[in-house]
Ligand binder design. Structure first.
Ligand code: CP
Ligand code: NVA
Length: 299
């Protein structure tokens, strides 16, 4: 079964082909209007979402398909086990995107799914975000001699970005506070895939030579109980005008959103001409549509 729980569920060639197809699709929706006709997408969300919901729901409908959104207590009344949920949706739908607290839940759903399953964000990875982000990097600069610096929490977004950079030949530099490093397993996997990764505890070192400076919230969904200690741990990791000056001339600012202005990024950098955050958000739809076409063998 073709899944996308991790960036590495696709090969390097497939990942790059999906990006190229997404760039092409963005210009040619009229040609693909019926590609998902007669297909149903289940959107199974344990956590809130703006971009992931909008981009999947709108994107699938734009190509002729029918999305169904389930969240909170509506998922199997919260009583069924994941096996029964997977058995059920496999009989009614063609594709599922799941946003979960624990990555293990995705693995368990995938074990019993008879249809492709996409990770719409877990505690471990956010591969659809990384796919759209690398599409955005390709559009703005290309992959050759390109460095992306990630500043902040070594979380789901950072993990998928490290793998996506390894797949595309983009150098990945990351700065996190001690204790908030990215997954060691994923860093090792990215390196084994040929990834050029450098990890720091100092944001200034990480942004030197960076063409893209990326950050994410300091308190992810599920981490709310740690808010106070996180705000203190991350206080030297804000992306502000001073930090952007250390990056390459003309460096772009990226953020997966939602952003908390005044915390991980200043309002000034967020709204500066260097910021490409809305391009990133828009590309979620094009990248995911190209991904779903690939998983449903429509390409
Ligand atoms: N970037 C992202 O996944 O945003 P949402 O949480 O709003 O879906
Ligand atoms: N790291 C964030 C990403 C939100 C898109 C979270 O998991 O909440």
């Amino acid at each position: 079964m073709s899944n996308f729980l991790s960036v590495t569920d696709r090969t390097k060639q497939e990942f790059n082909a999906i990006i190229d197809n997404a760039i092409e699709l963005k210009k040619s929706y009229a040609k693909h209007r019926d590609v998902f006709k007669g297909k149903t997408l289940l959107m199974y969300f344990e956590k809130p979402s703006t971009r992931t919901r909008l981009s999947f729901e709108s994107g699938f409908a734009k190509l002729g398909g029918h999305p169904i959104f389930f969240t909170g207590g509506h998922i199997s009344s919260g009583k069924e086990d994941l096996r029964d949920t997977a058995e059920m949706y496999s009989r009614f739908t063609d594709l599922v995107v799941a946003r979960v607290y624990s990555h293990e839940a995705l693995v368990e759903l995938a074990r019993h799914s008879k249809i492709p399953i996409i990770n719409g964000l877990s505690d471990l990875e956010h591969p659809c975000q990384a796919l759209a982000d690398l599409m955005t990097v390709k559009e703005h600069r290309g992959f050759e001699n390109t460095t992306l610096a990630y500043i902040g929490d070594g979380n789901n977004v950072a993990n998928s970005l490290a793998l996506a950079c390894a797949y595309t030949g983009v150098k990945f530099k990351i700065a996190t506070p001690k204790g908030y490093e990215m997954s060691k397993d994923i860093a090792a996997k990215a390196k084994a895939l040929g990834g050029n990764i450098e990890a720091f505890n100092d944001a200034k070192q990480a942004v030197q030579g960076a063409d893209f400076v990326y950050t994410d919230v300091w308190v992810s969904m599920g981490d709310e109980k740690e808010e106070r200690q996180r705000l203190s741990a991350f206080k030297d990791y804000q992306v502000n005008g001073e930090l952007m000056k250390i990056a390459s001339l003309g460096a772009k600012f990226m953020h997966c959103l939602p952003a908390i202005k005044g915390k991980e990024v200043t309002a000034e950098v967020f709204s500066s001409p260097q910021s490409i955050v809305y391009d990133q958000a828009e590309n979620r739809m094009h990248a995911q549509n190209a991904l779903m076409m690939h998983l449903l063998e429509k390409h």
